[in-house]
Structure formats: structure tokens, C-alpha cells
Write a protein that binds this ligand. Sequence first.
Ligand SMILES: O=C([O-])[C@@H](O)[C@@H](O)[C@H](O)[C@@H](O)C(=O)[O-]
Ligand SMILES: [Mg+2]
Length: 432
Amino acid sequence: MKHRDNLIRHVRVTPIAFRDGPLLNASGIHEPWALRAIVEIETTDGRVGLGETYGDEPMLRALDVAKPLLEGLSPFDLNEMEQRVRAAFKPAATAALNAGAVEFTLAPGSHTAKNAAKVTSALEVALLDLQGQMLNAPIVDLLGGAVRDSVAYSAYLFFKYAEHADKPYAPDAWGEGLSPAQMVAQAQRMVDLYGFKSIKVKGGVFEPAHEIATIRALREAFPNHPLRLDPNANWSLATSIQAAQELDELLEYYEDPTPTLEGMAELSRHCKSPLATNMVVTTMDEFRRNVELGCKTKIILSDHHYWGGLRATQALGRMCEVFDLGLSMHSNSHLGISLMAMTHVAAAVPNVSYACDTHYPWQEEEVIAGGRIAFKDGAVAVPTKPGLGVELDREALARLHEQYLTCGVRNRDDLKQMRKYQPDFSGKSPRF
Ligand SMILES: O=C([O-])[C@@H](O)[C@@H](O)[C@H](O)[C@@H](O)C(=O)[O-]
Ligand SMILES: [Mg+2]
């Protein structure tokens, strides 16, 4: 049988909800349940390719629209799949879908532009998984082969409460993380458990002075670990400039302290730390505008989930090389299928020059067979099994789907959740 004789027979999307900690951020706080969608693409010979992506309602609807687009394709038709998805999700087509049925409303506002990229990515990973299984090769080999044996991740610290306001299950093992000393303890635990060699702090939560004090405490406790702070654009330009005077000595990079590309460009004139982003350069259009502004935002945090997939992330890597920009990797609450996809692509992009972000240590539950993916010395070994290298644990999938059905969360809303703790929480941004 020729590889192209094997066609796509069925696409299944299963929304899941898994436990997530009370992690604080600029918008508010994580809800007790994080949502993802597990994509399974089945071929005529009975193989199943896996993908993992966002599980909020607009994404589920977008995937519903995308399912029939795979009809008649082979897992090797990535370009044709992408063209079909682009045609179905270009703004006019999206408007028509939205007009057709109110409940069809896809991702709102500026995110509309990302619908095609998000859908392409979810499908591409599952199709690459199938290709790898058919060719008996890991995905990284389909991307040109690994340039490293393992992919380094950073310890991703969050200010956090000890437990959720709603108390839907027993508190996690991490305890409260509010004071600088508690954050040092959180970092120590994460470094001890996983061996991370870089540390990132999710900021934009407390007064900048408190977050700077936390970074100082971490610097003292971990003199050799590069440190990053990410206030998620919750600091005004003036606050970011002022904070830079102290942070410049302490940070490996200063991630999205202030909103807009223009704000970041202005900030760059007043600080020494390189500026990194996953907020102001999220599409090729924004990439071009960053170039027009003189590439003042120096490090791009790629994320295959919204950049359009693994091959698109490789293309982004090339673009960063051309414009002499650094490259790192962003994450959101995710499970092992995503971690594997991130690891394959990071292994195939030579200029991923920083340890990548991952929320994985915060997740207790899994949907893949064989237990949690291991970190050694802060890194995940590049998989060598065919395809993604992971299989679904069907019982776990059923359990996490049941949690989705009963948890009541349908769209992530960190602000609404925060108001359960602080009813007058404004959600104003930038707040400091
Ligand atoms: O999980 C969070 O709270 C993060 O704030 C996440 O939503 C961000 O997208 C992300 O981690 C970031 O680096 O901005
Ligand atoms: Mg960020």
C-alpha cells in the first residue's frame, strides 16, 4: 500500500477539563478547571493521530467547522489542509458563519485572525503524528531532524493561594505562594523536582515593588539561574521604565511588562534587559510591525498552538534568525500531548535560544498512557518513538471528559474567578 492510499476517515474532538491550581495572573486567577480539546484523526487503516489545543467554546466550534475540511485528504496533505482551513476561516467566511447562527460566533475581536492558525495547528500536529506512525519516524525527523537531544524548560512560578475559593477538591501540594520567601520555596521545590535551570515569574499580580523584591530574593537563592518576569502588560509604560532601573541587573529578559508594540519599543530606549513577548508579536503581521519599529522587542515567544503549527513555528524561527531576534517558547495550561509537540518542534528549531515555558508541573492529571512525561535536569528528552511518541489513556480521556461535562466551565474567565475572592477586583489593565 502506498502511503497516500491511507486516507482520513474520521475526526474526533473531545473537550476535557483537568484540575488547575489557584494561580494568580494579571487578569485574575485560574479557575479550578482548565479546558483543553483532544483531537483524534483516524485513518482508513485504523491509525489515530493526536493533537491537543484550547478547549474553550469558540475553539470547539472552530474545530467543528474544520472537521469536514479533511474529507478525502491523506495525512500527508498538510498544505491542502492549510489552504482549506484558511479559506474557511478568512474574515469574510468567518463573518458568514457567524451570521448563519449566533452560537457559531468564533473567537472574538482580534483573535479572529488567529482562528485559521489555531485550527491549522491542532490538525497539523495530529496529521504529523499519523505521518510519523506510518513512516516509523518521530515527528522531529519529519521536521528535519533534532538539533539537540533534549529541550530545556524553565521553572514557571506563579503567585498563588493555597486553595481555590470554591474548594472543589483537596488543595494542591504547592501551598500558598504570596511572599518572596514563599516564592523562593516554590522555586526550590520546582528545581528539586524537575531540575530546571531557568526561572520565570508570572507577574502583574501585586505592586511592582513586591514583584521586584521577589525577583531579588530569587536572585539571592539561585545566583546561577537566569530569571524572567512576565507582568502580562499590567504595568504602565512609566511603571515599566521605573522598574527597569532595578530589574536590569536581575533579568535574563523582561517579558511583556507593558502593552502595545509601540509601548515596548519606547520602553526599550530606557532599559538594558532585552524585551520578550508573547503578547505583542503573535502573528506575522505583528512581526512585520515589530521590524518596522526597529525590532525593539527582541525575543519572540513562539507557541505552535496559535502560530499555525510546528512547521509555521519553524518558519518563525527562520524569520527570527533573519532579523537577529531571540526565540523562546510560550505556554498555557496544557497536558502531555502538547508538551510532546512543543518538544519535537523545539528540538527542530536551531535558534530556540532560551529554556521554554511550560505549565506542565502545575498539572496533576494526564490524558496520555504511561504516566507523566519526565524532566531530567530541567529538560525533556527528544522523543524517538514514531510520531508524537504518546498514546491516549482512554480511561483518563473519559474521566477528564466527564469532568468537562460536570465542571460548568465553558470559557476561561480568570477575572470572574478572581471576583470570588475580591468582589471589587477591577480587572483594569494596566493596573499598576
Ligand atoms: O497561565 C497563565 O496565567 C498565564 O498568564 C498565561 O495565560 C499566559 O498566556 C502566558 O503564560 C504568558 O506567558 O503570558
Ligand atoms: Mg508571557
